[in-house]
Design a protein around this ligand. Structure first.
Ligand code: IMP
Ligand code: MG
Length: 176
């Protein structure tokens, strides 16, 4: 599997160091309020497991499944929430996804959580692609900015695979 990786963009060590400082930013932002983490499956699985263990406050965790990609590398523009939303009424939400690309997923989930009565929704991603978004949304907390390239690992997949790589890499077929 690793032989299909063109290069390691962000190492496991770099990710973990950045999560330490990102967790402190989040703790400062929430200022002692209990956090309801809402993680976007499947991509945020690895990030959220590493991140929420760095947040030593009253915290609960919920999951949502959003689909914007259908197995390829192109978004369809439509974001579907599968299986509904958790009860977020009156809660301070930290919405966690793996990556901010077009912004469609984050924007759709954020507005649905607000419509469902969340008190506040702060957004968090490991990676933010530096590009023009399809909608007006940015992450309140992000680990790294990257170029507009397709990456895998640390939860991010290509056709369902590579999520288990401990680092962020670029696949050979997308490499330059
Ligand atoms: P957006 O809605 O376009 O911002 O895309 C968000 C979703 O697209 C993420 O949750 C990922 O599942 C997927 N995605 C976007 N860029 C990449 C990438 O470079 N690698 C793997 N998945 C990606
Ligand atoms: Mg995803």
């Amino acid at each position: 599997m690793e032989s299909l990786i063109e290069k390691v963009l962000i190492s496991e060590d770099e990710i973990h160091k950045r999560l330490d400082s990102m967790a402190l930013e989040i703790l400062t932002g929430f200022d002692g309020r209990p956090i309801t983490v809402v993680a976007v499956l499947k991509g945020a699985l690895v990030l959220v497991a590493d991140l929420f263990r760095r947040l030593p406050v009253k915290l609960d965790i919920e999951f949502v499944t959003a689909q914007s990609y259908y197995g390829g590398t192109e978004t369809t523009g439509e974001v579907k929430v599968i299986g509904g939303l958790p009860d977020v009424k009156g809660k301070s939400i930290l919405l966690v996804d793996d990556i901010l690309d077009t912004g469609l997923t984050m924007e759709a989930l954020k507005s649905q959580l607000i419509d469902a009565g969340a008190d506040s929704v702060a957004t968090c991603v490991l990676l933010s692609k530096v590009k023009e978004r399809a909608v007006d949304v940015e992450a309140d907390y992000y680990g790294f900015e990257i170029g507009d390239e397709f990456v895998v690992g640390y939860g991010l997949d290509y056709t369902g695979h590579y999520r288990n790589l401990p680092y962020i890499g670029i696949l050979k077929e997308f490499g330059v």
